[in-house]
Write a protein that binds this ligand. Structure first.
Ligand code: HEM
Length: 127
């Protein structure tokens, strides 16, 4: 029962996390105005929603792994690794966005690749 509730939450949250990542990537794609020293409020809200949904998807995924039948598989641990890389890319993309160098775009692309890779891995469940 708890497992099923967690599974539904994890899948729902991961859908929201993918949507929020896409919105963050589109919103942060352009370089900031050179005078900008901090994230504008609207972009900060998008960033926070992104971090919260991705974080909650990761926590529910870890919890599912601990209580469910998947802990002997490799994919949850690869997913955890991808999740850590995704979180680091998100944090650094915010910092480099503020620098205005344009390097943040590589980190934004890394976030999309990570989240698509994680969900592909988890849907396949082959390892
Ligand atoms: C933001 C990161 C994550 C995304 C987008 C994501 C996405 C998904 C998706 C879409 C599924 C459903 C697959 C299906 O049945 O078709 C799933 C299942 C699963 N995920 Fe994640 N996941 C994430 C993070 C994690 C983490 C960090 C872990 C473990 C440490 C994890 C563990 C699991 C497990 C064990 C299942 C199988 C649940 C079941 O079918 O009963 N997930 N994930």
């Amino acid at each position: 029962m708890l497992y099923l509730a967690l599974r539904h939450s994890h899948i729902g949250l991961s859908g929201l996390a993918m949507l929020a990542t896409l919105v963050w990537v589109i919103a942060a794609w352009k370089n900031p105005n050179p005078a900008t020293r901090r994230l504008p409020t609207w972009l900060r809200v998008i960033y926070i929603v992104n971090r919260a949904t991705v974080g909650l998807a990761g926590i529910t995924g870890l919890w599912l792994t601990l209580i469910g039948p998947w802990r002997i598989f490799l994919f949850p641990y690869l997913g955890l690794l991808g999740f850590i890389v995704l979180e680091l890319a998100a944090a650094f993309s915010k910092r480099t966005w503020l620098s205005g160098s344009g390097h943040h775009r590589a980190l934004l692309c890394a976030q999309v690749l990570c989240i698509l890779g994680i969900s592909g891995l988890m849907s396949a469940k082959i390892i």
